[in-house]
Design a protein around this ligand. Structure first.
Ligand SMILES: CCCCCCCCCCCCCCCC(=O)SCCNC(=O)CCNC(=O)[C@H](O)C(C)(C)COP(=O)(O)OP(=O)(O)OC[C@H]1O[C@@H](n2cnc3c(N)ncnc32)[C@H](O)[C@@H]1OP(=O)(O)O
Length: 214
């Protein structure tokens, strides 16, 4: 049983174990959506890696503002955009997420591959330490989902940085459920290069939401 909310999403009854989360329907990405997101990612990379002369930048800034103005009329509430639910696209089509591809998504766990790009630079050619928890948290969320566990929020997330994480190098992350205790799902993941060198590992507690919890 569910009810329609003011913004068009459906809130779900407590029995469906979604806390106060609305039920979001998958919004399929159209044929150009992946191309659009990749173009936006390229802009992000360039925004942090260029030093543009002022007169050129003034023109580019105007173009960027015009692009934003064109997009604004199409804003939709959370859960109604193709961003985030299209698992066939890098980062599930979300610009927030690392542009990685999910290769395995089942009860055994989740495996995702990709690169950290210039946008993710911390210093001296290595990925920013704050970007890794984003990758791990998203993999943990998917791991819980793939494992058939109820919708959960991260209670804690612990990362061990074992080696410098390089940019523009194909890497792999694998997450799995370690154990379940009532509402608590304990998960872990390893980030390696393609030779199996461990770059980071992490563990998290994902807690099932109670009825009404946001
Ligand atoms: C079709 C396409 C498919 C696509 C596929 C998509 C898949 C989809 C992917 C989504 C991927 C995003 C995934 C992001 C996931 C987030 O990042 S969520 C955002 C970050 N997290 C938050 O904002 C959480 C904020 N905190 C909270 O809301 C509340 O603390 C919680 C988590 C609801 C828990 O509150 P509560 O119900 O009052 O729980 P409480 O009774 O305190 O604790 C429950 C148990 O956990 C334990 N616990 C709680 N916190 C801790 C802690 N920090 N340390 C140790 N123990 C703890 C308690 O001790 C207790 O243990 P028991 O006594 O039961 O043994």
């Amino acid at each position: 049983m569910s009810e329609q909310t003011a913004d068009g999403t459906e809130s779900v009854t407590d029995g469906e174990k979604r806390g106060g989360f609305p039920r979001f329907r998958h919004t399929p990405a159209g044929p150009d959506f992946g191309r659009f997101v990749e173009a936006m990612r390229r802009l992000q990379d360039l925004a942090v890696s260029t030093n543009v002369p002022d007169d050129v930048l003034a023109d580019i800034a105007t173009q960027a503002e015009e692009l934003a103005d064109r997009l604004t009329p199409y804003e939709v509430p959370e859960g109604k955009s193709p961003a985030g639910s299209n698992i066939q696209l890098p980062g599930r089509g979300s610009l927030l997420m690392l542009p990685w591809m999910v290769e395995k998504f089942d009860t055994e766990g989740v495996r995702s591959t990709g690169v950290f790009r210039r946008y993710h630079l911390g210093g001296n050619g290595a990925a920013h330490g704050g970007v890794l928890p984003l990758l791990f948290d998203d993999v943990f969320g998917m791991t819980v989902h793939a494992g058939g566990r109820p919708i959960s929020r991260t209670g804690y997330l612990h990362i061990n940085y074992r080696a410098i994480t390089p940019l523009n190098t194909q890497l792999v992350i694998e997450g799995k459920v370690d154990r379940v205790e009532g509402r608590k799902t304990f998960v872990s993941a390893r980030l390696t290069d393609l030779d199996g060198k461990l770059l980071a590992d992490g563990e998290a507690l994902m807690i099932e939401l109670l009825p009404g919890q946001p």
